[in-house]
Design a protein around this ligand. Structure first.
Ligand SMILES: *Cc1c(COP(=O)(O)O)cnc(C)c1O
Length: 375
């Protein structure tokens, strides 16, 4: 059976986790957390990276830092994971969904401005499949309307738009290191902070509302309750697992990109014959092969293809029931404008196996089976 996902593992993880245990520092913000944060800061050129327990929590932190309040509105796509919306709903805000572009499945930047009201406080673009949103346009709109930008870059590590890493455009960017992502620590994430002025508050929110981070740096002689907050810092054992992959980030990304290109090459005859559609990567974007998807004619064809592949021992999946059509989306959010593509395209998308140790032979086999289905 070819699984849809296998968590990334390089071989170095056990050694680093053993070191974390031997350091007798298995709580948060130990040596491996520091190494991971510094690696991400260097790789992205961001002022500050705080490792978190998930991308969900990084986004919640961003919503706290952005002072999102009840009645505020945040513009985002409906075609995304629930966490993009939940972070703001937890603060009493309303997610305002706009339609996606069918080519990249990203929020259609041309629809954002029309969704702005007096209550709009932020835009939350999601870089689907590690392919950047049209950030020039989005940042320009944000600037003109004095809105914050909080990027859901859960899938975006090692990817960029016009050479600038995803997650570094807005005030805050959020990465995920869930086991389904390119690099993993089981459960985990990171908050990227653009402006120096936000760092101290972020550290306090992340450390139960205390200035313990400053205390550990010797900047204050005792730590105290400074503000509201929660516990968003991961164990150093998890950071140790992640660090093994960050060290091999180029190699892992290259392996994924190679498989991605093989899929594209082998499936392009089907696309040229008009049977399926393949991912589109805008010229401005360098992606990270987070996922390889195809689009079938419709939902019915997709269901048949999933079943066909399963018989051939290949697990393929789809995802994201559009948030505006889900019970909580109806309760807490609203869709602005017409749903031309969100629902229709979400019903056609099919994700093929993609993970670090996927082999070229496996990709060839999977592509052959997809072709056999359409033959
Ligand atoms: C994976 C993912 C998340 C959630 O990440 P966690 O680390 O599991 O909280 C959020 N948004 C998007 C787009 C994702 O793909």
């Amino acid at each position: 059976m070819i699984n849809f996902n296998v968590p990334p593992f390089t071989g170095k993880e056990f050694e680093y986790m053993r070191q974390a245990v031997e350091n007798e520092k298995i709580c948060g913000d130990g040596p491996f957390t520091k190494k991971c944060s510094e690696w991400i800061e260097a790789q992205t050129g961001t002022v500050k990276c705080l490792l978190t327990t998930s991308c969900t929590h990084a986004t919640e932190l961003a919503a706290l830092l952005a002072d999102i309040k009840p009645g505020d509105e945040v513009i985002m796509p409906s075609y995304t994971f629930v966490s993009t919306a939940n972070a703001f709903v937890l603060r009493g805000a309303t997610p305002v969904f706009v339609d996606i572009r069918p080519d990249t499945m990203n929020m259609d930047e041309k629809l954002v401005e029309d969704a702005i009201t007096e209550r709009t406080r932020a835009i939350a673009p999601v870089h689907y499949a590690g392919v950047g949103c049209e950030m020039d346009t989005i940042m320009d709109i944000a600037k003109r309307h004095h809105l914050m930008v909080i990027e859901d870059a859960a899938q975006g590590i090692m990817a960029s738009y016009k050479g600038k890493p995803l997650g570094t455009f807005g005030e805050f960017g959020c990465f995920s290191f869930h086991e389904t992502k390119n690099f993993s620590m089981g459960e985990g994430g990171a908050l990227l902070i653009r402006d120096e002025a936000d760092i101290l508050r972020a550290e306090i929110f992340r450390e139960k509302g205390t200035d313990r981070s400053q205390y550990f740096r010797g900047q204050v002689d005792k730590y105290r309750w400074q503000d509201f907050g929660s516990s968003y810092l991961p164990s150093d054992m998890n950071a140790a697992y992640l660090y093994a992959q960050l060290e091999l980030a180029e190699e892992i990304t290259k392996a994924r990109m190679d498989r991605w290109e093989e899929y594209r090459e082998m499936l392009s005859p089907l696309a040229e014959a008009g049977r399926i559609e393949l991912p589109y990567i805008p010229e401005e974007c360098t992606h990270n092969a987070h996922m390889f998807y195809i689009k079938t004619k419709d939902m019915e064809e997709r269901s048949r293809l999933i079943a066909f592949l399963k018989e051939k021992e290949i697990l393929s999946v789809f995802h994201y029931v559009p948030l505006h059509s889900a019970p909580a989306g109806q309760k807490y959010g609203r869709f602005h404008g017409e749903d031309r593509y969100t629902t229709k395209e979400s019903e056609r998308i099919l994700r093929l196996p993609m993970f670090y140790k996927l082999t070229a032979d496996q990709v060839a086999y999977i592509a052959d089976q997809v072709k056999a289905f359409y033959a």
